[in-house]
Design a protein around this ligand. Structure first.
Ligand SMILES: Cc1cc2nc3c(=O)[nH]c(=O)nc-3n(C[C@H](O)[C@H](O)[C@H](O)COP(=O)(O)OP(=O)(O)OC[C@H]3O[C@@H](n4cnc5c(N)ncnc54)[C@H](O)[C@@H]3O)c2cc1C
Length: 334
């Protein structure tokens, strides 16, 4: 593994923030992972850089995960078990599954980033989550210098959450993930926008391919492309609040949308809360809130991570003041 010094992370994060890493190295094979303990610390693992905000020069070592490969571990009449190395691009995996007619990943098409990051926040979109197909996650514990394999249940998956964002945050390097995919896909078209898009496409022959195409069409029309406008997707999670609080708020804000989580809990779209506070389309210098999607903070060119961080703080304060709800950041801050 070749160690480089004072490397700009500009090409490695979708927000397009230009900060430097003290040390930088690409991890291309599993043996490289064994060498980590002998390298400068602290260690920061970087995948596609699509869920991070870089607010300051990074001290220590940034390891760029480039572990590649897919292995068909097992199959029966109904399923395949596919082991995927953590540095594979997520969307390429989705396309590979679709080409083979395997179901389970199609609703998660076009999410940026790497396979290794997919369990970390249990990526999700259009009625599906990574946890629906993840069987196992293999990782190296950086300080204990040991390899571990967790089952789906061990990963503590939740809404944009897992043990890798909690107890094991910054402590492990995920090296591979095993997915259980279906040879007889049950198509998930329940999400309103997908049904509408399938209708617009005039799709009569439903398959994993048509569902993925519908998702790709919707995402391309709604979300800014990081190659054109720096962003990290949804900056905030949708807050879950007690139903009692929601009912009180509903009296004051009758248009407030919600999704029922349980009898006691209700999820409120953060985009709606932020929009109600007047942030949609806001711009200060090069830091802003996307004009069509209030959940997405954007870098118009030369915004610093600090400026975007400050803007996110102002948004949190205003939502808290108006609704007494504190939106939690989904993006990891370095
Ligand atoms: C336009 C856009 C749309 C998006 N849409 C969605 C969406 O619909 N749903 C969704 O859930 N997310 C979405 N995201 C967020 C992002 O794509 C996901 O969170 C993705 O999984 C991040 O992958 P990454 O490889 O880029 O991770 P990075 O940004 O590189 O890393 C994210 C965090 O995970 C850690 N990490 C990464 N790889 C490893 C590893 N191998 N081992 C240990 N730690 C690791 C990093 O240290 C960091 O803390 C979107 C982002 C963008 C830019």
């Amino acid at each position: 593994m070749q160690l480089q010094q004072n490397i700009s992370l500009l090409p490695y994060n979708t927000f397009g923030i230009d900060v430097r890493a003290e040390y930088f190295a690409a991890v291309e094979q599993l043996q490289d992972v064994d060498e980590i303990s002998a390298l400068p610390h602290p260690v920061h693992i970087l995948g596609g850089g699509s869920n991070i905000l870089l607010t300051a020069p990074v001290k220590g070592l940034v390891l760029h995960n480039r572990l590649k490969g897919k292995t068909l571990l097992q199959e029966n009449d109904s399923h395949v078990w596919l082991q995927v190395q953590a540095g594979e691009v997520w969307h390429s995996l989705v396309l590979y599954a679709i080409d083979n007619g395997w179901g389970g990943l199609e609703n998660l098409a076009l999410i940026p980033g790497t396979v290794g990051a997919s369990p970390i926040q249990n990526i999700g979109a259009y009625g599906a989550e990574a946890r629906d197909t993840i069987e196992q996650v293999t990782f190296r514990h950086l300080s204990e210098k040991t390899m571990h394999t967790f089952s789906n249940a061990d990963c503590g998956f939740g809404y944009r959450d897992s043990i890798f964002k909690g107890e094991l945050k910054d402590k492990v390097f995920i090296t591979s993930v095993v997915f259980k995919l279906s040879k007889h896909p049950v198509l998930n078209t329940g999400y309103g926008a997908i049904e509408q898009e399938l209708e617009r496409m005039g799709a009569t022959d439903l398959s994993v391919k048509t569902i993925a195409q519908a998702v790709i069409n919707i995402r391309s029309s709604k979300l800014p492309d990081p190659a054109v406008l720096g962003n990290a997707g949804s900056f905030f999670k949708n807050p879950t609040i007690p139903r009692v609080q929601y009912e009180k708020l509903l009296a004051a804000f009758p248009a407030m949308p919600h999704y029922s989580v349980s009898n006691e809990l209700v999820k409120v779209p953060a985009a709606w809360l932020i929009e109600q506070c007047g942030w949609k389309g806001y711009r200060n210098g090069d830091a802003g809130v996307h004009k069509n999607q209030a959940l997405v903070l954007v870098n118009y060119g030369a915004a610093t991570g600090e400026e975007l961080w400050r803007l996110s703080g102002e948004i949190v304060v205003s939502v808290k003041e108006k609704f007494n709800i504190e939106p939690e950041r989904e993006v990891q801050v370095w």
